[in-house]
Design a protein around this ligand. Structure first.
Ligand code: FAD
Length: 395
């Protein structure tokens, strides 16, 4: 293998490029990125960057050491097709990159809502999104956050810090209820109330109404909320459409891979947010849209691409993410299903400092912590995969 094309110039793409060199691939590595920027970190976009506490330069993921990787960057020119017959990645500009190995790392984009073209309606995925949103977060203005997931929660928290009046609309009875279960999700939802966010749960948005700018958010229960700005935080869609006709199995859930990043096509692997991968903790395929996954999984995918095996690939880490809201650190690891038993194993809910363990058939399957990072680490280390790591079948 002489040339590897890494498609996607963000965390997973950079991690794959680094892994190629760490695993002693000495051929050409071309990194194709749709954005006009070198890889940058997205978690601060809803936290310190949105708050104006750090600048664009502070987001850089590349370091001086990366100059030694000898990467050929092709930025601002997205991949538009993968031509397996000719062994080429075709860019939007029409340029072609001949490659005998390909890493797919095109991540995801924010889901939108009908009517979202009105001024003042935002999604949050890129630096440009965050800069545009920040301009609208003026003290005393009214922000409606649609979606009480982690990004919605973080935006609400940062907006409150900036003196913005915030209303959050969540379609489920409790924000994060599906991820954490009602009891633990209620403890998290309490943070919104404590910090002056009006939470409207159990109803959906039916329309965004305004003239040039959004003015109102209409809800299914008949309520109308006034808004100077709106953030739509209703999840993300994998960037996979460009693979149409390539022969690489994918659908709206992502690029299908096994636990080691292998797709159905030899010499094409995938990593990060764009993947719909077999998870040994879930026993099924899922999309893990988490920073740590995009950092760690590419090494396994590169190992697969180079035809090697490692001990690490045989013992994958449990899915993990964190979120920072209102000064509280929330952390979750493992895979929870409805019906799993949950108990607080350290601290208590009232103090907002606790660890909760989720059990299935008596076995620890997931851990959540609020403001207990050290104890969270102790419990997280006890999580072990319940399923085989190599299963490729997807449903
Ligand atoms: C606001 C925000 C806050 C977050 N906070 C947290 C957090 O607190 N904790 C946590 O665990 N995770 C967090 N995440 C998630 C984390 O940032 C992602 O899991 C991570 O960025 C995924 O990296 P990736 O490289 O797989 O995908 P992405 O970061 O989405 O990068 C994919 C790149 O590929 C490019 N691309 C797309 N299509 C093409 C194409 N056809 N050709 C070439 N390039 C293409 C995209 O433009 C993008 O630059 C957050 C995400 C966001 C948006």
């Amino acid at each position: 293998m002489r040339t590897v094309a890494v498609v996607g110039g963000s965390l997973a793409g950079l991690s794959a490029a680094r892994a190629l060199r760490e695993q002693e691939f000495d051929g050409r590595v071309v990194v194709v990125g749709a954005e006009d920027r070198l890889p940058y970190d997205r978690p601060p976009l809803s936290k310190d960057f949105l708050a104006g506490k750090v600048g664009v330069d502070d987001l850089a993921l590349t370091t001086d050491d990366d100059a030694d990787l000898d990467l050929d960057w092709r930025l601002g020119d997205p991949a538009a097709g993968l031509d397996r017959g000719r062994g080429a990645v075709v860019l939007a500009s029409g340029q072609e990159i001949a490659a005998d190995g390909v890493v797919l790392a095109t991540g995801a984009r924010a889901r939108s809502l009908p009517g979202a073209q009105l001024g003042g309606v935002h999604t949050l995925r890129t630096v440009e999104d965050a800069l545009a949103l920040r301009r609208d977060l003026t003290p005393g203005s009214r922000l409606v956050v649609i979606g009480g997931g982690f990004i919605g929660g973080e935006v609400a928290s940062t907006a409150r810090e900036l003196g913005v009046e915030v209303t959050m609309i969540e379609s489920n009875p409790i924000p994060l209820g599906r991820v954490l279960g009602a009891e633990i999700a209620s403890a998290c939802a309490g943070l919104h109330g404590d910090n002056g966010v009006r939470l409207i749960a159990g109803t959906v948005v039916t329309g965004l109404v305004g003239d040039a700018r959004v003015r109102e958010v209409h809800l299914a229960d008949g309520r109308v909320e006034s808004a100077d700005a709106v953030v739509v935080g209703i999840g993300a869609l994998p960037n996979v459409e460009w693979l149409a006709g390539s022969g690489v199995d994918h659908d709206h859930r992502g690029v299908w891979t096994d636990a080691r990043g292998a797709t159905n096509v030899p010499q094409v692997v995938a990593a990060g947010d764009c993947t719909f991968s077999h998870c040994a903790f879930a026993g099924t395929a899922l999309r893990q849209e988490h920073w740590t996954h995009a950092l760690q999984q590419p090494a396994a995918a590169v190992t697969t691409l180079l035809g090697r095996t490692t001990v690490d690939a045989a013992r994958p880490p449990a899915p993990y993410f964190w979120s920072d809201q209102y000064g509280a650190r929330l952390q979750f690891a493992g895979h929870r299903l409805p019906g799993d038993a949950v108990e607080v194993v350290e601290g208590d809910l009232e103090s907002r400092r606790f660890v909760a363990g989720y059990r299935r058939d008596g076995e620890l399957v997931a851990v959540f912590a609020m403001n207990q990072p050290k104890l969270f680490g102790k419990w997280r280390r006890q999580l072990v995969p319940r399923h085989a790591t190599t299963v490729a079948e997807l449903t």
